[in-house]
Design a protein around this ligand. Structure first.
Ligand code: PLP
Length: 273
């Protein structure tokens, strides 16, 4: 009989263009060899040119999806992406407690604090930022903000190594076990240096910066690859190192699709296996 794979749950929005959101998460989970479970939070209308709008799923339906899969199939690790509203965020926090997912439960929980698309469109109602800080970060094993999200969440503008370390310290104050401050948007740095810390250990992960326009879904893909590795039992530093290697290949193989920003791609993993 075929061995049952480990499971990873994504609590996130749909991207009609198929590049980010749950589409990126499920594609990444598959490429990383874990079974993907979904709690859909919002339906976005978007293409390569940007997000035209979104409709959120009722919070009780988001909760019911989480409970349905957690109680029957079991979750080995979970992540959040686009959560849309403060009500959904509060409901997700409460539901994760009920099904024993989160930093103190043995089931790792990754929070990717998605606030806006790279094309500048809001994916979170304004009042929801505070709920991410107070409801989700204290339950998170790892949070993975990019530099725009760091600025929104802490007010710190990261422009060099010193400010990246300051941002990591400020974010850990909100209560996650680990923080990954992604440096990919520090465009004057010839490398992409991400900083991982739990407040004691500070690990700099340096990667290649590719000259490409096609980076849509990059944040989601990296957080999902990390979540998949955690689902398979990796430690946080090992899972982040695996996620970094995975996203680098996906960015290298991103492709043009539509008139705007094309997606990153995990197809290389399938070609190799
Ligand atoms: N749409 C959805 C549903 C998302 O979850 C995200 C990011 O998390 C985006 C769009 C934006 O992706 P990007 O900023 O990579 O274009």
């Amino acid at each position: 009989m075929t061995e049952t794979p480990r499971t990873a749950l994504t609590i996130a929005g749909s991207d009609s263009g198929g590049g980010a959101g749950i589409q990126a998460d499920l594609r990444t989970f598959f490429a990383c060899g874990v079974h993907g479970l979904v709690s859909l939070t919002a339906v976005t209308v978007q293409n390569s040119l940007g997000v035209q709008g979104f409709t959120e799923i009722p919070a009780e339906v988001v909760a019911a999806q989480i409970k349905a899969v957690a109680q029957d199939m079991g979750v080995n690790a979970a992540k959040t992406g686009m959560l849309a509203t403060a009500e959904i965020i509060r409901t997700v926090a409460k539901t994760l407690d009920e099904v024993h997912i989160g930093r103190d439960t043995g089931v790792p929980f990754v929070v990717d604090p998605v606030a806006a698309s790279m094309t500048g469109h809001a994916l979170l109602r304004e009042e929801a930022l505070e709920a991410i800080r107070t409801e989700l970060f204290p339950r998170a094993t790892l949070i993975t903000p990019n530099l725009d999200e760091v600025k929104l969440l802490t007010g710190v503008s990261v422009s060099d190594k010193e400010s990246q370390y300051a941002a990591a310290r400020a974010l850990l104050e909100f209560g996650s076990t680990w923080v990954l401050v992604k440096g990919g948007h520090m465009y004057d740095d010839p490398h992409c240096v991400d900083l991982l810390s739990d407040g004691r250990e500070f690990v700099e992960l340096s990667g290649h910066r590719y000259d490409t326009e096609n980076t849509h879904g990059g944040g989601d893909t990296m957080a999902s690859a990390i979540t998949a590795a955690l689902a398979k039992g990796a430690t946080v530093p090992d899972a982040v190192a695996q996620g970094k290697e995975f996203i680098e290949r996906c960015v290298a193989e991103g492709y043009a699709l539509g008139a705007g920003v094309g997606p990153v791609s995990p197809f290389w993993r399938l070609k190799e296996s």
